[in-house]
Ligand binder design. Structure first.
Ligand code: NDP
Ligand code: 2IT
Length: 447
């Protein structure tokens, strides 16, 4: 069968089987479009139904999470774990707590995770989970009760050699701690069943920083290939969570000036460069809102609403908040303002139209699968340390992270060149990630 037909049939089937799951459709379409030349060259993948199997999760679990708030009121949330593909190792991927979470979001993230994890070169399959629980405004005790209730069910489905969740939006060190404690209590096992653990009880140094640092390492590598560097560049970052904060930290270390950060209410612009200590205090210690930043920074401005953030003139754009936050109009504005590079710290933050604008205008565009793989890569290193029962130093974990990001850049560029689309890192990442998974699936037979 011609590759184009295979891809079209697989996509039609995805639409039919997963109605209304628009983010999942979007993620699948982008990957399948990239795979046409690969399937042309590898009819054995077509014969073995690799693509049809890749787009259908191996297992999906949906469950009820009942919990009680501080006033004694009952609540019921819905939680998910989609175990997408285990060809390369135990399912691996984060848990997201956000009111917008539904099956289509978890599937898009789980699908992306298969290829992202493959790109890291570590032995990890792809999965994702989460809940429509909103941690905002909840006390620590309420978050603990929710996490314990969620883990009471989730613990049946995960394990250090089966499925290893971690954090994502709304899930950080606090939530991982509560979930780990409950898993340990029910299973009577102290194992590396979750990553992103506290440093005193099995966590890896650099995991907190890894996604943001990794993003900047790979963009830096791409800039270097063009004889450029972050030094002296103006950078717009969106979001003000884990990824945004540590991307900002690394850009500043490399001599760049970050002038924006945001949250779901609005964004700040500081022409003097973001004062990261103040942001860490507001966001990580006080769990406050980004608008509070302007109280103590007289030249900074706060704008309600997020979309205007990409109107700010910058050399490099690093969207680090959420999916589809940077659209075609924003990409055009960035291009007009002279932006030379965009790196996706978040998962799928650029719409397909925005990505096309970057590609057409020769803006260096590094897609999330490659650019934010540093987080899960250090999760993989955390699993290795847990198995060894030996913690690594910061320097060792950071050096490994950097090496992995440089290798992802190299493999992604080479795959793009090899398949006739040099400079297209979207296609390169999809192809390089896919080849390893496809070969493993082929070798493991029809499962
Ligand atoms: P956090 O919860 O730490 O921070 C998320 C940030 O994004 C917050 O500033 C939040 O604002 C903002 N945000 C979330 N949802 C929306 C929305 N619908 N509209 C506008 N802003 C929003 O999450 P992370 O920093 O961990 O994750 C950010 C992105 O990076 C996500 O796409 C995630 O999937 C991706 N990622 C994370 C990795 C990790 O290791 N943590 C690894 C790889 C990718 P507010 O406080 O108002 O909600
Ligand atoms: O999207 C992602 O790669 C993550 N949220 C991190 C997953 C992980 O297992 O560390």
């Amino acid at each position: 069968m011609a590759a184009k037909t295979t891809v079209q049939d697989a996509y039609d089937q995805v639409l039919k089987r997963n109605p209304g799951e628009t983010e999942f459709h979007q993620a699948v379409k982008e990957v399948l479009d990239s795979l046409v030349p690969v399937l042309d060259r590898h009819p054995e993948y077509v014969r073995a139904g690799i693509v049809d199997r890749l787009v259908e999760p191996e297992r999906q679990v949906i469950f009820r999470v009942p919990w009680q708030d501080d006033k004694g009121n009952f609540h019921v949330n819905r939680a998910f774990r989609v175990e997408f593909n285990s060809a390369l190792g135990p399912y691996k991927g984060g848990l997201r707590f956000h009111p917008t979470v539904y099956l289509g979001i978890i599937k898009f993230l789980g699908f992306e995770q298969i290829l992202k994890n493959s790109l890291t070169g570590l032995m990890m399959g792809g999965g994702k989970g989460g809940s429509d629980f909103d941690p905002k405004g909840r006390s620590d005790d309420e978050v603990m009760r929710f996490c314990q209730s969620l883990m009471t069910e989730l613990c049946r489905h995960i394990g250090p050699d089966t499925d290893v969740p971690a954090g994502d939006i709304g899930v950080g060190g606090r939530e991982i701690g509560f979930m780990f404690g409950q898993y340990k209590r029910i299973r009577n096992e102290f194992t590396g069943v979750l990553t992103g653990k506290g440093l005193d009880w099995g966590g890896s140094l650099v995991r907190t920083e890894a996604t943001g640092y990794g993003l900047v390492y790979i963009v830096d590598e791409a800039l270097k290939a063009q004889g450029k560097s972050f030094d002296g560049l103006t950078v717009s970052v969106s979001g003000s969570g884990n990824v945004a904060i540590f991307a900002t930290e690394k850009v500043q270390e490399l001599g760049g000036k970050v002038v924006t950060l945001s949250d779901s209410n609005g964004y700040v612009y500081d022409p003097d460069g973001i004062d990261l200590d103040a942001v860490k205090r507001i966001k990580l210690v006080e769990r406050g809102r980004i608008r509070e930043y302007v109280n103590a920074h007289k030249n900074a401005q706060y704008t309600e609403g997020c979309s205007g953030i990409w109107d700010v003139k910058c050399d490099v754009a690093l969207p680090c908040a959420t999916q589809n936050e940077l659209d075609e109009a924003a990409a055009k504005t960035l291009v007009t303002n002279g932006c030379i590079a965009a790196g996706e710290g978040a998962n799928m933050p650029c719409t397909p139209e925005a990505a096309d604008v970057f590609l057409e205008n020769k803006v260096l565009f590094l897609p999330g699968k490659a650019a934010n793989a540093g987080g899960v890569a250090v999760s993989g290193l955390e699993m290795a340390q847990n198995s060894q029962r030996l913690p690594w130093t910061f320097e060792k974990a950071d050096a490994e992270l950097k090496k992995i990001m440089v290798t992802i850049y190299k493999n992604t560029s080479e795959a793009a060149r090899e398949y006739g689309c040099e400079g297209n890192f979207v296609a390169g990442a999809n192809i390089a990630g896919f080849l390893k998974v496809a070969n493993a699936m082929l070798a493991q037979g029809l499962v």
